[in-house]
Design a protein around this ligand. Structure first.
Ligand code: NAD
Length: 351
């Protein structure tokens, strides 16, 4: 039985990945290591927690001795590393936490993998899940990020992810660690913590709260359904070339304000509200510091080499997502209480 360590498996993308791997590869043992920060939630995995080939370990990836003992104890052969501090706004307020987990945590895992696998690299793999934000910002309507685009991160979040990508490559080039990296665009789907735009806005529409749009809402993002990201990770993990980077994106660019209008219209319809009723909630707020203008991914390499394509049209994926949040209101209410509520009030006041 092959044992794979998935880090950050209680988070948004990680929980989809753990479920996907357990469903598709019953012969694998999946060890999910997660610190359970505000963003990690074991409820995201309730349906699979009893599976015999699944193990959850609560641990901080920065704890190097602990990571070393996990590699030895479980005889880990593959790593898919997703654990991270992932929210740009939080990184602007607390960059140290981002450097700690995203850089030092990745380094601790790399070193644990290297010491466990040294001299026996065959059939081992360290796969790092990263973001397109490492490439910086594109100007309006011009160009796409490719795998050879120069790194030019602007936020503390993207700087920490860029740094972790560099460490992953350095371990490959210096020590021969078998690695792969993917850089993906913005994900959406079920179980995303409602500080991120799509679940935050669905929740706010539900409660008739303002929908805070940065600047004029002109920034452009490329959106991908989380299950399509997970399928891409699976393909790259199993069939991608060692030492390579793959960009993942849906060729699906949206101006923030257009996305918000679409989201409002779908949510209003599903809530049986008159068409456009919640548009009045749209509130323009001061732009995010250093806000990147546009992200857009060229995923041609992934399509050509591994035959991956997104499975859903955006409108279809978005409707599926809104339905999920509306059908899981208890989940939304529980995760938006406590620590998150304090953070929300700090960011947006009590409105
Ligand atoms: P998330 O914030 O939902 O989940 C992160 C998980 O990591 C949580 O379960 C959290 O408890 C865990 N974690 C945080 N610090 C930890 C630590 N020190 N030790 C152990 N566990 C820790 O994030 P996500 O949106 O699922 O993103 C997962 C990964 O994918 C991240 O590396 C992120 O950079 C990358 N990514 C995300 C997106 C996106 O749109 N969400 C796009 C591209 C890449």
């Amino acid at each position: 039985m092959k044992t794979i360590l998935i880090t950050g498996g209680a988070g948004f993308i990680g929980s989809h990945l753990v479920r996907h791997m357990l469903d598709k590869y019953p012969a694998y043992r999946i060890v999910n290591v997660d610190k359970l920060t505000y963003a990690g939630n074991l409820e995201n995995l309730r349906d699979i927690e009893e599976k015999p080939n699944y193990e959850f370990v609560r641990a901080d990836i920065c704890d190097y001795p602990r990571m070393q003992s996990l590699f030895a104890h479980y005889r880990i052969e593959g790593v898919i590393h997703l654990a991270a501090e992932s929210h740009v706004d939080r990184s602007i307020r607390d960059p140290f936490a981002f450097a700690q987990t995203n850089i030092m945590g990745t380094l601790s895992l790399l070193q644990a993998a290297k010491t466990a696998w040294e001299g026996a690299w065959e059939d081992k793999l360290f796969y790092h899940v990263s973001t397109d934000e490492v490439y910086g910002s594109l100007s309006e309507g011009k160009g796409l990020f490719t795998e050879t685009t120069r790194y030019e991160p602007h936020s503390p979040y993207s700087a920490s992810k860029a740094s972790s990508d560099h460490f992953v490559r350095a371990y490959h080039d210096t020590y021969g660690l078998p690695v792969k990296i993917s850089n993906c665009s913005n994900n959406y789907g079920a179980y995303q913590f409602p500080e991120k735009l799509i679940p935050l806005f669905i929740n706010n529409i539900r409660y008739n709260r303002p929908l805070p749009v940065y600047g004029k809402g002109e920034n452009v993002r490329d959106w991908l359904f989380v299950e399509d990201h997970v399928r891409a990770i699976d393909l790259i993990f199993h069939q991608g070339k060692l030492g390579e980077t793959y960009n993942i994106g849906g060729f699906n660019e949206w101006k923030n304000i257009d996305l918000v209008r679409l989201l409002v219209s779908i949510t209003d319809r599903l809530l049986d509200r008159p068409r456009g009723a919640s548009e009045k909630l749209i509130t323009y707020v001061e732009d995010r510091a250093g806000h990147d203008v546009r992200y857009a991914i060229d995923s041609t390499k992934l399509k050509k080499e591994l035959g991956w394509e997104p499975s859903l049209q955006f409108e279809e994926g978005l409707e599926k997502t809104v339905r999920w949040y509306l059908e899981n209101e208890e989940w939304l209410d529980r995760v938006t209480s406590g620590e998150y509520q304090l953070y929300y009030e700090k960011m947006y006041g009590t409105r």
